[in-house]
Every structure is written in C-alpha cells, then in structure tokens.
Write a protein that binds this ligand. Structure first.
Ligand code: FMN
Length: 393
C-alpha cells in the first residue's frame, strides 16, 4: 500500500488499522503491542517541548464515546512517545515516533465484522479495497479507511501545533452546518470564545442546540447525516506556498481531502465565486502605514492568491458526508455469492462524523502549513544570501 506519508520537509507517516492486533493476540506479546497506530513525524526542530499530555489533549477531542452523538466504541487512544524526545520532554531533532495501542479489540467486535465481510458496505471503502487488495483486504472495521487511522494524524498535528504556537500561528476548526441546519457567520474571536462549548463544537450556541436535537432524531431513526467543518488559520505570514502544482491551497486541500468522509473543500467564498462578478469577487488591497503591510479590505479569496498566502486569515470549509454505516437495511451485494441482497450492518458507528472530524481537519491544516513554512524558509534563505534586497514589500 502506498501513499501513507504527507508533507515534503515536515513529513508525517502513519500506519495502523482499526482492529490491527486483534488477530495477533498472544501471551508473549505485551497488550500494548498487539497492534494499533504508529505515527512518525520527521522534520521537528530540536528543543521543542513535546509531552504525552500535549498529544493526549488533541487526541481526546476526537475520541469516541464522549457523548450521545458519538459511537459507543471505547477506544482509549492512550498515546506513548517512543522516540525523538529526551530529557525534560525536549525534542532532539530526530524523528518523533508515537504509538497509540488499540485496546478496544474485543473478539466479539471482530466477529461482528467477520459476519459482515462478504457484504459491500454502502458508502464505505469496502468495495474499492476488495478491488485493489483482493481477498487480502482488511475487512475488520474498514482497515486503513477507518476513522481510527485519523488518531495517528491528530497526534502528528499536535506536534505541528507545538511548533506553530511558537510562531504565533493558530489553527481552529469547528462545525458550521449539520444536516442542512446552518450556523451564522463565525468570526475567529467567536470560534475561540465558544470552542467546544457543545457536543458538536458549533460556536453558534443557539443553532447548535437545533443541530444536536436534529442529530439525536436522526440517530434514533438509525440513520446518519453530513455537515460542514470550517477551519481558520490565523497569524499566517504572507508569501507561503509554492505556485503551480504545490500551491498551498492545493496541499491543504490534499491534506483535508485525504480524511475519510470529506467530499469537498472551499477557500474563502469558494463555490459562491461562480455566481459573482469580478468587481464583487476581488478583494481590494490597501497599504497599512502602521504595520507597513499590504492588507485586503475583504477576504473572499480566503487568504490565498495564486496558491500563496496573502497574510489575511486562511478560511477553509470542508463538506463532510453522512457516516456510511447506518443501522437501516440497505440494498447491496454479497460478493462471495455474487448476489444482490438486502442487508443490515450491525457494527458501531457515529450518527455524524462532524463531532469527531474537526480535530483531524485542524491537524491536517497544521501539518500542511508547517511544511509550507519550511519550504518558504528554505527558498528565502538561499535567495537572501545571493540576491540581497530582492523583496519589495
Ligand atoms: C473521525 C472519523 C470517524 C469515522 N467513523 C466512521 C464510522 O464509525 N463508520 C463509518 O462507516 N465510517 C466512518 N468514517 C468514514 C469513513 O472512514 C469513510 O467514509 C470511508 O473511508 C470512505 O471514504 P470516503 O468517504 O472519503 O470516500 C469515519 C471517518 C472519520 C474521519
């Protein structure tokens, strides 16, 4: 399987599955090493404080079983730092190895998945995994396509956060829409003030009540629904991003679209641009004497032009599809018997991915941003040395 690394200079590699280890339980293997997730984060500067608590704080945001809106799975998501950090929790500059064991791997849950393994799970990656990996495809809890894999990314995102914090760059994600119920406009200040104040992490506290009530009804009916996660990156300097194939907008979209269940990305006014005139869409630049910076009166572009940051806040929206596994009967195919059937899947699932996906969005944007900073700094350090006085603004 390829494609398990993200980033160029700040690089994150993950491995692990939902039920990995459930098949290798034995007395000579310590419980924590049956299986789980591993993250390797390369490109971390030396001298950064990375504690297990710091990683745990981020991981706890996406942990299942926290509310009535999330799956009853009880994954502990306990994080262990394995390498790259020495005395006083300071990084050495070596790759950071992180291990998150799978502790919720009861045999009866594996048997539930075994009982369903011949049925294509609608909306899940089961059909495509069978096409690609044939009879060796992991059938227990979606394998690498499982939401569980995202815990490994969140751990890596926490490392990126520790570095970005020192640069004054903040990334925050929250839910703005659920099953068509929309929050009002959310400012950065509002998002900070109302962060995680409800089970859905929607900063519009009134609308959140409506969304949660609706979600509980959807859950009671055995169904699921989708929503929108918005992400703001604040304090990002102008000039980050490599034009053409590695536009920062493209690498951020790459990171976010790699999260299971994310079906669309917009920057700033996004798809609304299609209905605008140029005079409506263009953000007017102005020179701020005080900060000696070019600013923009509006930010319909969402903080990026030509794939390079403008210095305004980056605002991204991710469309999240309804959780594929639902408790209702669905038409599908029994691949062993090559028969059209009606089947009800019995495994545990969330009525909405939104309450658990926003920390994963934060993580992927942080990783993409830190990588872009490394790229920009590498370029600038060369050009500054050979062409003094090149920058105009
Ligand atoms: C945090 C998180 C939790 C998820 N939990 C579930 C789940 O409980 N049940 C399910 O069917 N899909 C779940 N998914 C979604 C699947 O991973 C995803 O829909 C599937 O891999 C298909 O990929 P695609 O939707 O991007 O095409 C979850 C995704 C994330 C990010």
């Amino acid at each position: 399987m390829m494609g398990n690394t993200f980033g160029r200079l700040f690089r994150v590699t993950t491995c692990g599955e939902s039920y990995g280890g459930g098949f290798r339980k034995s007395l000579d293997i310590p419980k924590e090493l049956y299986g789980g997730l591993i993250t390797i984060v390369d490109g971390v500067p030396p001298g950064i404080t990375i504690t297990p608590e710091l990683l745990q704080g981020e991981l706890d945001k996406r942990k299942p079983g926290l509310s009535a809106l999330s799956t009853p799975r009880k994954e502990e998501d306990r994080v262990y730092i394995f390498s790259g950090v020495m005395e006083n929790n300071l990084t050495t500059g070596a790759p950071i190895g992180i291990i998150i064991p799978n502790t919720d791997i009861e045999d009866r849950h594996i048997e539930q998945h075994r009982a369903n393994k011949d049925f294509i799970r609608p909306g899940q990656a089961s059909y495509t995994y069978y096409k690609k990996y044939g009879r060796f495809a992991d059938w227990a809890g979606a394998g690498r396509a499982s939401g569980r894999e995202t815990a490994a990314r969140v751990a890596a995102g926490a490392v990126a956060k520790a570095v970005l914090d020192l640069m004054g760059i903040d990334v925050i994600a929250y839910v703005t829409e659920s099953h068509g119920i929309k929050a009002g406009h959310i400012t950065y200040e509002m998002a900070k003030a109302n962060y995680r104040k409800n089970e859905l992490n929607c900063p519009d506290l009134e609308k959140a009540k409506e969304m949660i009530e609706d979600l509980l009804e959807v859950k009671a009916a055995g169904d699921s629904c989708g929503g929108v996660v918005e992400i703001i990156a604040k304090g990002v300097p102008a000039g980050l991003g490599e034009p053409v194939f590695d536009k920062l907008s493209a690498t951020i979209a790459h990171g976010l679209m790699s999260i299971g269940g994310v079906k669309g990305i917009e920057f700033g006014e996004g798809f609304k641009h299609a209905a605008m005139k140029g005079s409506e869409a263009n953000d007017t630049p102005w020179y701020d004497e005080e900060t000696k910076r070019v600013r923009f009166r509006t930010n319909k572009a969402g903080g990026l032009l030509g794939g390079i940051t403008t210095g305004e806040e980056i605002r991204i929206r991710a469309a999240v599809k309804p959780t594929p596994t639902i408790m209702l009967e669905q038409e599908t195919v029994n691949i062993r018997h090559r028969k059209n059937v009606v089947h009800r899947f019995t495994s545990r699932s969330d009525p909405s991915l939104c309450p658990r996906i926003y920390p994963v969005c934060e993580a992927m944007v942080r990783i993409a941003l830190l990588d872009a900073i490394y790229m920009a700094k590498a370029y600038e350090s060369v050009i500054n040395n050979i062409v003094p006085g090149w920058d105009m603004l």
